[in-house]
Write a protein that binds this ligand. Structure first.
Ligand SMILES: [Ca+2]
Ligand SMILES: [Ca+2]
Length: 448
């Protein structure tokens, strides 16, 4: 017998009692049988599922039955259990904590996927210990994991374990203990959101607004830390910016942004990295999503990129994700954005009306309208959801007649709204009008 797949199981029958663990056989995996023996082999998954025999005549049928007519080698493939998070509860069936526990006790590498339609997962009973090889990702959408100011989010507590995070936001985690060398248990304080004794890989993820008491406000690595198209920003230690720390060595990063300078030894400009720049993340909020929660209609909470963020269109998409963590298209505008959130750029355009002259300013606009003809900065590109505040002001000799578009009407300034689609504003200015009166003097008569 031989094995395939990354799961585990047993094959029994005709004297065989073979255990297959991630493709490696142990136990009694060979039997010597007489010509013409009727063989019947049963495959049983230890965890996960049996996905088939190498012998096409048996396919996925168990037991696999055949007659010995020659030496025969057969392999059985087992895949690990599918671990899907179906609730945003801290613990219990379908929770991320339960999935991590199952991954830890299942031999071999595991992948946890998170169902769509969950609002943020908020941890209320402390960090999730990782003791094996684990990937946490969303099948179609990512997720936000909120540390609730109540401990770290992930502790990779075994040096031979590793953790890969894809399309996730980690926020609001806080450690309060001091640094303990080579310890990522909840007793130690290095790494506000993640402390990893083993390898840590972040792809298309955002780690923001976490706090460590010791060092590495966002993440702390003892082995290797690899960042791809990810954002570490707004994380602190002792009130000072501190996004990334390592016990030794340096992180590898590409198309990633780390706000704190010097973090993890990554330098500005290499591999498309942006170091020491503010990604202009908005506060954690419901920024809409493709699949709101069936329960209360809310969406996963996200840190939106705001207008002018250097992370916009500066990322990469190594896993060919089709959606961001809101379930919106992962690639919008020129390229994928860094981090877990993909922004949508919308145009804001100003046109004029009337015979007079005036200006419209705000949100990067500096537009002059002369008898309805625009000049200057009359278009701006803003992130969807931006708060627009545009002010119309007449120049001397003109008066503001009002906004005359679908979004704003009347003479109220500023014209304020949240940008949800490409929008054109129209400001009308009239020429001032003055009374000219002629009166007469003397006792004669004439014309003017
Ligand atoms: Ca495992
Ligand atoms: Ca983009």
């Amino acid at each position: 017998m031989a094995g395939g797949g990354s799961g585990s199981g047993t094959v029994t029958g005709n004297g065989l009692n073979c255990t297959l663990t991630a493709g490696t056989p142990s136990g009694t995996c060979t039997a010597t049988l007489d010509q013409g023996t009727a063989v019947s082999l049963t495959a049983t998954a230890t965890a996960g599922e049996f996905t088939g025999w190498s012998d096409v005549s048996c396919g996925t049928t168990s037991p696999c039955a055949f007659t010995m007519t020659a030496a025969k080698s057969l392999s059985a493939t087992f895949e690990p259990p599918t671990l899907t998070v179906t609730t945003n509860a801290d613990s219990g069936a379908g929770s991320l904590r339960a999935a991590v526990d199952q991954a830890n006790t299942t031999p071999g590498a595991d992948t946890i996927t998170i169902a769509v339609g969950l609002s943020a997962i908020t941890l209320t009973s402390g960090q999730l210990d990782i003791t094996g090889a684990l990937t946490i990702a969303g099948p179609a959408a990512g997720q936000t994991i909120d540390g609730n100011q109540n401990g770290r989010i992930f502790g990779v507590t075994a040096a031979n374990a590793n953790l890969t995070l894809e399309n996730l936001t980690l926020t609001n985690a806080r450690t309060t203990a001091g640094r303990i060398a080579n310890d990522c248990s909840s007793s130690s304080g290095q790494g506000g959101a993640v402390c990893a004794l083993g390898e840590l890989t972040l792809t298309n993820s955002t780690v923001a607004d976490n706090t460590a008491a010791a060092t590495g406000g966002g993440v702390y690595g003892h082995d290797t830390v690899s960042l791809t198209s990810s954002i570490l920003a707004g994380n602190t230690t002792g009130g000072s910016p501190d996004d990334c720390g390592m016990s030794s060595g340096s992180a590898t990063a590409s198309t990633s942004l780390i706000q704190a300078t010097g973090a993890c030894g990554v330098t500005e400009g290499q591999n498309g990295n942006l170091i020491g720049q503010d990604p202009l993340l908005a506060a954690l909020a419901d920024n809409g999503c493709a699949t709101p929660s069936a329960g209360d209609g809310t969406c996963v909470l996200t840190h939106a990129l705001t207008t002018g963020s250097p992370a916009i269109d500066a990322g990469s998409n190594p896993n060919h994700l089709t959606t961001d963590q809101r379930g919106r298209p992962r690639v919008q505008d020129a390229a994928v954005d860094m981090g877990a959130f993909e922004s949508t750029q919308l145009g804001l355009t100003v046109t004029g009306g009337g015979k007079g002259e005036g200006t419209v300013t705000g949100n990067g606009l500096s537009c002059t309208l002369t008898a309805g003809t625009p000049s200057g900065l009359c278009t701006a590109t803003l992130v969807e959801g931006s708060a627009v505040s545009a002010t119309a002001a007449a120049t001397t000799g003109s008066s503001f007649s009002g906004w005359t578009d679908a979004t704003c009407q009347g003479t109220t300034n500023p014209c304020s709204f949240n940008l949800s689609a490409a929008t054109t504003l129209t400001a009308a200015f009239g020429k001032s009008q003055y009374d000219l009166t002629v009166t007469g003097g003397g006792s004669g008569s004439g014309t003017v």
